[in-house]
Write a new protein. Structure first.
Length: 264
């Protein structure tokens, strides 16, 4: 194993940074390429066929060009739609990001918990299966909150995000029957933990938020255990979109040890 071989983190935008933050804690020396399919952002409003085609096509080309030791699909929408398909076609080990329904079901005291993700994620069979496996005897309420994705993107570009806008996109969760009993919310889109502070203000005290980033980072560390790591040059972020727009994220990337921004 080449010590400079990167771990490739893939998302439609900045959501995967929530996974990168946890990955840095467990594997500080791991070289990383952060790949954002900004030309395809947002995934949450797209059809299954569109998301699957983009993700499989891009990851195939990225695997060839960068020879990563592992790919993490740091996006719930892409993972719940295309994880199986991508694993079938690539030899590189793939770690997916799936809604943290299991830990949230164990945490809820009222027995009513919520799932906030993109609309595309909410309708996936993958989510139905997790609910049937881990939420038996509990009530899981779902809400597709596509509107939170551009707000998280804006925040990381240094723009001010209004709590009212966050609340407007997310409040449909609580407005359903039994919604007022929710005490735990799964953030099932990697963009959403970037707005955790705003979501806390929007939902008020008494609601716990759960997401999968820590578990994903631990899984990556486990799968690469014993491998040599050398971060000789600075890490790199690549975009399928315009570089000028991506460069507005330079401070957010720099904070996370990524100094080179390039177009894929
Ligand atoms: N970050 C992605 C997720 O985890 C979705 C954002 C988008 O809609 O592109 O689902």
């Amino acid at each position: 194993m080449d010590a400079t071989s990167p771990i490739l983190l893939f998302d439609s935008g900045v959501g995967g940074l929530t996974v990168l933050d946890e990955l840095r804690k467990v594997l500080p020396d791991a070289p990383v390429i952060y790949a954002a399919d900004v030309a395809g952002l947002p995934y949450g409003t797209k059809s299954e066929a569109e998301v699957a085609a983009r993700v499989a096509g891009l990851l195939g080309r990225m695997a060839e060009r960068y020879q990563p030791r592992l790919i993490c699909i740091a996006c719930n929408t892409a993972s719940t739609i295309a994880l199986g398909m991508v694993r079938d076609v690539l030899e590189t080990p793939i770690v997916g990001t799936v809604p943290a329904i299991k830990p949230a079901a164990a945490l809820t005291k009222t027995g009513v918990f919520g799932l906030l993700g993109t609309e595309a994620t909410m309708r996936q069979r993958y989510v139905d299966d997790l609910e049937h496996a881990f939420a038996v005897g509990k009530r899981l309420l779902r809400h597709g909150a596509n509107g939170l994705v551009p707000l998280a993107e804006a925040k990381l570009r240094g723009e001010r995000v209004r709590i009212d806008d966050v609340a407007d996109s997310a409040k449909g969760l609580m407005l359903q029957a039994h919604g007022s009993d929710i005490d735990t919310i799964v953030l099932a889109c990697t963009h959403f933990p970037l707005l955790e502070q705003e979501l806390r203000e929007a939902f008020g005290q008494g609601v716990e938020f759960v997401h999968g980033a820590q578990g994903i980072a631990r899984r990556i560390a486990h799968l690469t255990e014993g491998q040599p790591f050398a971060r000789s040059t600075g890490d790199c972020a690549i975009t399928t979109g315009a570089l000028a727009n991506f460069e507005r994220l330079a401070p957010a990337f720099a904070e996370r040890g990524i100094d080179r921004l390039e177009r894929f």
